[in-house]
Every structure is written in structure tokens, then in C-alpha cells.
Ligand binder design. Structure first.
Ligand SMILES: [Zn+2]
Ligand SMILES: [Zn+2]
Length: 147
């Protein structure tokens, strides 16, 4: 994002795992478990593409083509959720707090993950508390920043 000459708050997401809070900065690849995290996300993107949900990875990888909302989202909640999935037992709910608004692409991704792994995922962003379960959000399709 810096290469684009924009001054963007990279944003941050936190996830609580076993009583400890882990923070994820968007674009930060220095996390010791980043390889596992990216592997988990890659697996979901492939399943989503196969299920006809478009190609979220394309907008994830190519931020120049992404909408402004997506650029300002930073997608850090995806990293936090993937970390939570890796480090908690199956069936455990995932709780994430985010410093920025969630974008549409992340919203779709979270809905898909909640169904794929049968877990409840809660994401609290700056304005809204999203509760994802069985492929839908408690707030419906409202509440994320569109284009
Ligand atoms: Zn996003
Ligand atoms: Zn929502």
C-alpha cells in the first residue's frame, strides 16, 4: 500500500487464544506462524472459488484493483481468524476485534469460513459487531463498507 503513495492506517486485528491476545497487522508477514496462516486462508480461497464465490484471492493479492473500501480494510481479520482456527479446538468460537471497518470481501470470506468449519466467528469492527454462523452474519449483508 505504501507503494501506491497512500497514507493508510494499516489497521490491526486481535484474536484471543487460550487466554492470550494475539495482534495481527495487515501486511505483516513476520509472524512465526504466517506460513500456516496463509496455508489455511489459501485453502478457504480455493474452496470459495470452487463454490462459485468469485475469486477473493484476486482482490486480496491485487490491491490496486481492489475497491477503496477493500484497501482501507487491510484484511487483518482474516489472519486473526486463521490463527484462531489453527490454535483452538474444533468447535470453539473465534473472537476477533478489529480497528478498521470490515470490507465486503472479508465479510463474504468470514461467512464462508463459519460454514466450512462449523464455528461461530465474531468480529467486532469500529462500528458493528458481526456474528457469523452457518454461512450468514447476524447483521445480514448490511454493515460492511461497500464500494
Ligand atoms: Zn477486508
Ligand atoms: Zn456482518
Amino acid at each position: 500500500m505504501r507503494e501506491m503513495g497512500l497514507t493508510v492506517d494499516p489497521g490491526c486485528s486481535w484474536v484471543e487464544v487460550k487466554g492470550k491476545v494475539h495482534a495481527f497487522l495487515s501486511g505483516d508477514s513476520s509472524h512465526p506462524e504466517m506460513r500456516e496462516i496463509e496455508g489455511v486462508l489459501q485453502g478457504f480461497f480455493e474452496k470459495m472459488t470452487a463454490a462459485g464465490h468469485g475469486d477473493p484471492e484476486a482482490s486480496f493479492a491485487n490491491e490496486v484493483e481492489a475497491s477503496k473500501a477493500e484497501v482501507f480494510c487491510g484484511h487483518s481479520e482474516r489472519l486473526a481468524v486463521a490463527y484462531g482456527l489453527i490454535n483452538t479446538s474444533p468447535g470453539m468460537p473465534i473472537w476477533v476485534t478489529k480497528t478498521l471497518y470490515m470490507c465486503e470481501s472479508c465479510h463474504i470470506t468470514m461467512k464462508f469460513i463459519s460454514k466450512a468449519v462449523r464455528r461461530e466467528i465474531s468480529v467486532r469492527d469500529t462500528e458493528i459487531f458481526h456474528h457469523f454462523k452457518d454461512g450468514s452474519c447476524s447483521r445480514g449483508d448490511e454493515g460492511y463498507r461497500g464500494n
